[in-house]
Design a protein around this ligand. Structure first.
Ligand code: GDP
Ligand code: MG
Length: 299
């Protein structure tokens, strides 16, 4: 009799303070560049899904943006994303931290996560930067009283240390369930979504201070063509009129650079050539409006 392999599938919420390396871990676990990475905190605005398949298991990973004071509408959305990802949408939770004692905000997040009543796995990331083992252990000791931890992993998204084991453990911990998505298939929505994310990532590289945080990228058109490059038309929405000129630059220099930087990133992801058109539009106060947040799919 052939061995019967039971399918496993489920949602894994990755949570942790900004900058601890959630996106980097997700990228590594998914085996490709999916979630955007930046040295500036708070670049991940939306839950990002990556699918990790391994044998009979399919893990759907959701990157939950860090915990913030609900000062802006956008930030309220982020806090809600964390709650939602932990409460409703996940089977297991991966709590990511760094090799140091927990910070006060981290303990608050741990409390929120503990209330979700899901198995929590702890990943102490950036162990490549830790000078000794006790730094990593201080993270575990500090969090233990606040979280029931199902498993602890000392990892590095930079060197890859410990990640194979983490990936295997998380996939094994998923419940028996038919796969949620067809194997090896990316939806059109994801292609659009990631195209916008890659442009946003390049905005972070090219512009400083408040500019990147004031921009939202909307993909207006995404035409897949058989005999030629895909045609992508993206609109960069800025909060203030004066920011339009900054994005465009002298004689269109900056927006040209942005297009040149973004195109190969999108092409690498899609595996197809792309013709990218970029426009800038003033959309006042988009961060605090329900209609615009919905349009940009942050809600
Ligand atoms: P997120 O805000 O939690 O999603 O964090 P990111 O994945 O964007 O990472 C924040 C910063 O930490 C980036 O500069 C990463 O390159 C860096 N980083 C992430 N993981 C590691 C790691 O394991 N070791 C080191 N040295 N740096 C890391
Ligand atoms: Mg991130």
């Amino acid at each position: 009799m052939p061995e019967v392999v039971t399918a496993k599938a489920g949602f894994v919420a990755i949570t942790g303070l900004p900058n601890v390396g959630k996106s980097s871990l997700l990228n590594f676990l998914a085996g490709g560049k999916l979630s955007i990475i930046s040295t500036k905190p708070q670049t991940t605005r939306q839950n990002i899904t990556a699918i990790v398949e391994d044998g009979a298991a399919q893990g759907v990973f959701v990157d939950t943006p860090g915990f913030l004071n609900p000062e802006y509408g956008l930030q309220r959305t982020m806090v809600r994303n964390v709650r939602q990802a932990c409460d409703d949408d996940s089977d297991i939770i991966l709590f990511v931290t760094e090799p140091r004692p927990p910070l006060p905000e981290e303990l608050k997040l741990a409390e929120l996560v503990a209330r979700c009543d899901r198995p929590v796995y702890l990943a102490v990331n950036k162990t490549d930067t830790a000078s000794n083992k006790s730094a990593a252990e201080s993270a575990v000791e500090g969090l233990k009283p606040h979280l029931k931890i199902a498993g602890t992993f000392f990892v590095s998204a930079k060197t890859g240390a410990g990640l194979k084991n983490l990936r295997r453990t998380l996939l094994d911990a998923l419940p028996p369930h038919p796969h949620y998505f067809p194997d090896g298939q990316w939806t059109d929505r994801w292609e659009r979504f990631y195209a916008a994310e890659f442009i946003r990532e390049q905005i972070f590289h090219l512009f400083s201070e408040e500019i990147p945080y004031s921009c939202a990228v909307e993909i207006e058109e995404f035409h897949e063509r058989r005999n030629g490059p895909d045609h992508i038309r993206a609109v960069i929405h800025v909060e203030r009129d004066t920011q339009k000129g900054i994005i465009v630059g002298k004689g269109g220099k900056m927006i040209k650079q942005l297009r040149e930087n973004s195109t190969p990133e999108i092409e690498k992801f899609l595996g197809r050539p792309v013709r990218l058109e970029l426009f800038v539009k003033h959309t006042p106060d988009w961060r605090n409006r329900k209609d615009t947040l919905e349009l940009f799919e942050y809600l």
